[in-house]
Write a protein that binds this ligand. Structure first.
Ligand SMILES: C[C@H](O)[C@H](O)[C@@H](O)C(=O)CO
Ligand SMILES: [Mn+2]
Length: 426
């Protein structure tokens, strides 16, 4: 049976519950996912004086073919974008600046170092988001940045964050869509601190200085990302959830929740409605923690669906800014982007195809039997046929057919990079 026939039959099943599939497509097409560039090169970046990855995050695996230049990274992103339905955004880090061979330290980065990214984004029709990089640098080697006791080091990182906001503003002006500039810092201690307040006070003061200059929110929106622990900051993280939740609320900033930054049984899906009652917007880094903040590729699992359900059923598709944050170097990196982003979109489509009106009513009536029955039965509704049609209409491969494209790209492009590396070495 053709995709269209499958779709028409499936559509009828959803219509029996009053669900408008065409409207779901329309709504989904308006939800941009911010795709993180750093999956493409294992968070390496292109600095002239490049440092090893630090900050308590880890990329494991050595799958061949990673991008080693901005051109390669953009090319790989284009390939992934060609396999993902809809128009999305690309999320950059400061280490992806292009300085034409000049060593430019982080406190000196300027919009001009991202001109090529902006030109490329215009061509692709994508928005850009941004992150200052407060790790993989000699001034972050002791695991402290904005909360550092040394005022000179603090100032260096404050200046980097100020420069980053200006780059965000430049993206927003150039691309006509506000850039989300998100600050995440690794600061913390391996072992039990003897003073938690002082580093937190310093972080608060650093943030106050960073955000002193107002920037038009039509161009740049600021976000702050909390964390529970990292490698080397097991006992204490300065920028904890409570810290940033309070800071964001008081200073009208966006709180960014990374799904890997909480206790293993603590669910981000359960936080969205609570936070939306007090915040106009919030931001997400959708990741997949496996036993720790391991940043595995996002799968179509229970928590992903629950996050999407919370966004959709609370009418928050314009309030929750969805970004991805995973980095797996043990598989093809273009496939990693494709799988993770398609899964995020699938989860949103799944959520858009639920009978929310009835489900909410059942709960209000105390009819928990119907609520459970329907939530479970909809898991096996013919969702796949609707997803295939969405992919078809967006001119991207249906089902696993995208994999052939990635394999072809690996054979013709990625494997040549390996050959080049080897011939350069010998
Ligand atoms: C590279 C990212 O900015 C980083 O992953 C950060 O967002 C994070 O989640 C750290 O654990
Ligand atoms: Mn994150």
């Amino acid at each position: 049976m053709s995709t269209e026939k499958h779709f028409n039959l499936a559509k009828k099943e959803y219509e029996r519950w009053g669900i408008d599939v065409e409207e779901a497509f329309e709504r989904l097409s308006k939800i941009p996912i911010s795709i993180h560039c750093w999956q493409g090169d294992d968070i390496g970046g292109f600095e002239v004086n490049k440092s090893d990855l630090s900050g308590g995050i880890e990329v494991t695996g050595n799958y061949p073919g990673k991008a080693t230049t901005p051109e390669e990274l953009r090319m790989d992103l284009e390939k992934a974008l060609s396999l993902i339905p809809g128009k999305h955004r690309i999320n950059l880090h400061a280490i992806y600046a292009e300085t034409d061979g000049e060593a430019v330290d982080r406190n000196q980065i300027k919009p001009k170092h991202f001109e090529r990214w902006v030109q490329w984004a215009k061509k692709q029709g994508v928005g850009l988001d941004f992150n200052p990089t407060l790790f993989s640098h000699e001034k972050a080697n002791d695991g402290l940045t904005l909360a550092h006791p040394n005022p000179d080091i603090r100032k260096f990182w404050i200046d980097h964050c100020i420069a980053s906001r200006e780059i965000g503003e430049y993206f927003g002006r150039e691309l006509g869509t506000p850039c989300l500039t998100n600050i995440w810092i690794p600061d913390g201690y391996k072992d039990t601190p003897s003073d938690r307040l002082t580093p937190r006070r310093r972080l608060k003061e650093s943030l106050d200085t960073i955000f002193e200059a107002p920037i038009d929110e039509n161009y740049n929106i600021d976000a702050v990302e909390s964390k529970l622990f990292g490698i080397g900051s097991e006992a204490f993280v300065v920028g904890s959830h409570e810290f940033y939740l309070s800071y964001a609320l008081k200073n009208r900033k966006l709180c960014l929740l990374d799904t890997g930054h909480f206790h293993p049984t603590e669910m981000v899906s359960n936080k969205i409605s609570a936070m939306l009652l007090f915040n106009d917007k919030l931001a997400l880094h959708v990741s997949r923690p496996v036993r720790w903040d391991s940043d595995h590729v996002v799968t179509f699992d229970d928590e992903l669906r629950e996050i999407a359900l919370e966004i959709v059923r609370n009418d928050a598709t314009e309030k929750v800014m969805i970004g991805l944050d995973f980095f797996d170097a043990s598989i093809n990196r273009v496939a990693a982007w494709t799988i993770g982003t398609r899964n995020m979109l699938k989860a949103l489509l799944y959520a858009l195809l639920m009978p929310h009106v009835q489900l909410k009513q059942y709960q209000e009536n105390g009819d928990f039997t119907r609520r459970l029955a329907l939530l479970e039965e909809f898991k096996t509704y013919p969702f796949g046929a609707i997803w295939d049609e969405y992919c078809k209409r967006n001119n991207v491969p249906i089902k696993e057919q995208w994999l052939e494209k990635v394999e072809e790209y690996e054979a013709t492009v990625l494997s040549n990079r390996e050959a080049k590396i080897h011939s350069d070495v010998h």
